[in-house]
Design a protein around this ligand. Structure first.
Ligand SMILES: *[C@@H]1O[C@H](CO)[C@@H](O)[C@H](O)[C@H]1NC(C)=O
Length: 502
């Protein structure tokens, strides 16, 4: 499609005769490319799936995941989620379904070459209480996968899944999607990956201990900046080709001001100045949903008896006034569930039942524009109603959210009866279409290990790969004057003054 579109742009320049020739050539090429796409998707892919369950490596990986050590207390949810995700690796219908959905989005066709720093383990798996064995800073993912703590921690566990996927790329013939490959020579890499588990560092270590001026989280960020800025890879690009994960809105709050040329993986831009993070440079990743996937959902418009479901805190900063307004306008509607309190351990069960028995699930801006509630709604096949003008949605370059979400402007939502009338006006047919679409796209928001074609891990790599050409452009522009004396190098000066990227 893009090929045809690109050629459409140049219509004006070409004479009519050559245009016809041109068009038929493109059509032929387009048809041929489809032929190859179809051939390759029914060829090696098919064989891969057949081999999957019997592969020796797969069983070791599976074994290792079932024997994952569960760290103390809080953790059980996280580890259970890993087990649940793993179970349906063998599910043939799931695998073929996700395959079908990714046909148009490149799937296995491209490889992203990633150089990953061997950061000391205190920056990553050490935070999961994994003890380094000798010199190797990485666990052997064939045999050991340290458990990520559960509960609310898990929603920002993106750092964990991406790092595992890179490590798994070093295992020959690993039963995983093959978008990413780790390379040892950074000159050959498309991106330089910084494996700092910054969300976990924030969640675990951001409370000051007595008699300590700086939190462990602040100290780790300082150490990271020192480490990075002394590396050859950073020096030669000033970080422009680096990828840093900061999914928790409060993570990296100190270091990001120094590491801003890098591409960040974020949940939204709510707490970032636009020169530090923006949609051109950075990648928005979905939260990991806390509510379990709704497998074999045979519910219907009628069987979901609650019209509209909302669970969340009421009085919040910033965007919070909308919640309050909506609460007062909806509290007397008998088929609307509106209750307060964030989803905690035992609340998960109630929220799961609530979302699975509701037609629509409200997603209102809180103290940040995004929240994991949207992804919980998707996992429950409860059509999200999004009231959050500033929300950034993951993978929106390839996903049309209007096919499975309802968007309402904040200024409309607070008008009397606007929201309830709008929701009630959505027909059974329209709702069912969106519900079906939710079931089609839900795998896009799943984090898996080993990762699968078209899952969240692969979609993030795909989104990162879309940033690579712009990174390279910036890098090459940056190098224009690299051989001139530094005093006249304009670009160099701007490094300390984050005004704009271009
Ligand atoms: C790394 O790759 C670059 C570019 O391909 C090459 O010139 C260099 O020799 C390689 N370095 C090593 C240590 O292999």
């Amino acid at each position: 499609m893009t090929m045809v579109e690109r050629h459409l742009d140049s219509f004006k320049l070409v004479s009519k005769k050559s245009l016809i020739f041109f068009f038929s050539m493109t059509s032929i090429m387009f048809l041929m490319s489809w032929f190859f796409v179809l051939r390759s998707s029914s060829g090696p892919n098919f064989i891969d799936h057949k081999l999957l369950p019997s592969s020796k490596l797969f069983s070791t990986l599976e074994d290792s995941m079932f024997h994952t050590k569960i760290p103390n207390g809080e953790s059980s949810f996280g580890n259970r989620a890993i087990l649940v995700d793993n179970e349906d690796v063998e599910d043939e219908s799931e695998a073929s379904k996700s395959n079908e959905n990714t046909k148009c989005s490149d799937g296995n066709d491209f490889l992203l070459k990633v150089f990953m720093y061997d950061l000391p383990s205190e920056f990553h798996f050490g935070l999961l209480d994994w003890k380094q064995d000798g010199k190797n800073v990485w666990p052997n993912v064939r045999t050991t996968i340290p458990g990520y703590p559960g509960g609310l921690n898990l929603q920002h566990s993106i750092e964990f899944w991406l790092t595992l996927d890179i490590l798994a790329s070093e295992i020959p013939n690993a039963p995983k999607a093959k978008t990413v490959i780790r390379v040892q020579n950074s000159s050959e890499a498309d991106i330089i990956f910084v494996p700092f588990f910054s969300s976990l560092s924030y969640n675990r270590n951001s409370k000051p201990r007595p008699h300590e001026k700086k939190t462990r989280n602040m100290i780790l960020q300082e150490k990271l900046v020192k480490y990075l800025t002394s590396q050859e890879e950073w020096k030669r690009s000033k970080g422009k080709d680096h990828l840093i994960m900061a999914h928790h809105p409060n993570s990296m709050s100190d270091a990001r001001m120094k590491l801003w040329p890098a591409t960040f993986i974020l949940s939204d831009f709510g707490r970032y100045p636009s020169n530090i993070a923006n949609v051109e440079k950075d990648v928005i990743a979905p939260y990991k949903h806390l509510i379990p996937s709704y497998v074999n959902d045979d519910s219907s418009f009628e069987s979901r008896t609650t019209l509209l479901y909302f669970q969340g805190a009421i009085y919040r900063k910033d965007g919070g006034y909308v919640r309050q307004e909506l609460y007062y306008s909806l509290k007397d509607e008998t088929d609307v569930h509106f209750s307060f309190g964030s989803i905690q351990k035992d609340g998960i069960k109630k929220a799961t039942e609530g979302m699975r028995s509701s037609k629509f699930c409200l997603n209102i801006a809180g103290d940040t524009p995004s929240s994991n509630r949207l992804f919980d709604a998707i996992a429950s096949h409860c059509v999200p109603v999004i009231i959050s003008d500033e929300i950034e949605l993951p993978f929106e370059d390839v996903l049309d959210y209007s096919e499975f979400c309802v968007f309402v402007r904040t200024s409309d939502a607070v008008k009397e009866n606007y929201l309830i009338n709008f929701i009630r006006s959505i027909s059974k047919e329209d709702w069912t279409k969106m519900w079906k679409k939710l079931k089609e796209v839900e795998h896009i928001f799943e984090y898996n290990f080993p990762s699968k074609d078209g899952d969240a891990v692969q979609m993030i790599w795909q989104a990162v790969s879309h940033k690579v050409p712009a990174m390279k452009l910036k890098l090459n522009r940056f190098r224009r004057y690299s051989k001139s004396p530094p005093s006249i190098d304009k670009d160099l000066k701007s490094i300390n003054l984050p005004k704009s990227f271009w």
